[in-house]
Design a protein around this ligand. Structure first.
Ligand SMILES: Cc1cc2nc3c(=O)[nH]c(=O)nc-3n(C[C@H](O)[C@H](O)[C@H](O)COP(=O)(O)O)c2cc1C
Length: 122
């Protein structure tokens, strides 16, 4: 299944949408383009300008990632998150995040579910 995610990820078109929720269940969605798939197939997002997103993560929100491929197929990835401000994942993010952005932290999505439309792939 991680191969499927990798194949779809390579074909993605444009910014991904990252959704978190606050402690009252209010959802918040942002666009992100400073994103990569790690060797162990986890979606990693550079925190350059998170505000509500950061608060929601601190409040233990899970995250949903939504993206579309060039062929127009949508993928939704859900999972628990980790937020790294040091260590290997943080250093790796610093390597690809454009230096004009601050790169405060690396948001890592530990995939637990994948959907394409209503079809559950994982
Ligand atoms: C096209 C586009 C790409 C963006 N990419 C990122 C990104 O990779 N990382 C980031 O921290 N913010 C990025 N932003 C900013 C976020 O979408 C958002 O404005 C920021 O996280 C503050 O919103 P929040 O308070 O809901 O977290 C991007 C914005 C746009 C319009």
């Amino acid at each position: 299944m991680s191969d499927l995610l990798q194949k779809a990820w390579i074909e993605r078109d444009g910014a991904i949408v990252v959704t978190t929720v606050d402690s009252k269940g209010v959802p918040n969605s942002i666009y992100a383009t400073c994103v990569e798939l790690s060797d162990d197939k986890r979606i990693v997002i550079a925190d350059n300008y998170f505000f509500k997103t950061k608060r929601n993560i601190e409040a233990k929100s899970k995250a949903t990632i939504l993206f579309i491929t060039k062929e127009g197929k949508s993928y939704q990835v859900k999972g628990e998150v980790e937020y790294h401000t040091s260590g290997a994942m943080f250093d790796w993010m610093k390597g690809w995040n454009p230096t004009k952005h601050p790169g405060h932290g690396a948001l890592v999505i530990n995939t637990s579910e994948i959907y394409s439309g209503k079809e559950k792939l994982l």
